[in-house]
Design a protein around this ligand. Sequence first.
Ligand code: PRP
Ligand code: URA
Length: 219
Amino acid sequence: MTASEPITYDTSRVTLVDHPLVQHKLTLMRDKATGTKQFRELVRELAIFEGYEATRDLPLEDAPVETPICATVGKRLAGRRLAVLPILRAGLGMVEGLLELVPDARVGHIGMYRDEVTHKPHEYYCKVPRDISERICLVVDPMLATGGSATAAIEYLREQGVRDLRLLVLVAAPQGIACVLDADPDVHIYTCAIDERLNDAAYIVPGLGDAGDRIFGTL
Ligand code: PRP
Ligand code: URA
């Protein structure tokens, strides 16, 4: 593919979470003047919006309940349990928000860093729940740039037998989306923004800079 060729992918496998509040908060995150404390809070908040969309289809079952007025039948979550899987380190910033939505979810960690020269991911730590193959897995990372890290994380989870896998990112580059969808025929991506492109250092443009550094104050 040449640099000028448009990047195409199956848009039905991507959900753009573009609620007005999401767009407002994302602009605050993009602002280089936003400090660590506020940036961290915004990552947590946007994870809640994304988690809400990514769990829309969770199965329900009838649940009899006695209100102060009468007996009725409500709904409760049925069967399938969740796991939240942050790609370290920046993905950690999204965990708290998702656990506010689904407090019973298990948390697995996927340690991956991107080589600054080659931009290729290096796995350095992985610890996931033993019953991971039975769970709906929400892989979380604020940034989807080349797609190398997410693709490697998804490949690892498929090797562990995971079937239902959803990738939640806050900002995605078209290249990253295409890379992930090409590599895995079943994953669905949720993102708050699809940006223009990558620069020569494989950073997302306009993006928001280095998400890990901004979350943890290691700039
Ligand atoms: C960032 C980001 C993703 C990855 C995205 O992490 O959080 O994991 O880069 O880039 P890719 O799509 O090209 O793989 P980084 O490797 O900088 O590590 P960090 O989270 O420790 O900052
Ligand atoms: N990782 C980030 O944190 N930001 C980018 O723009 C690309 C990779």
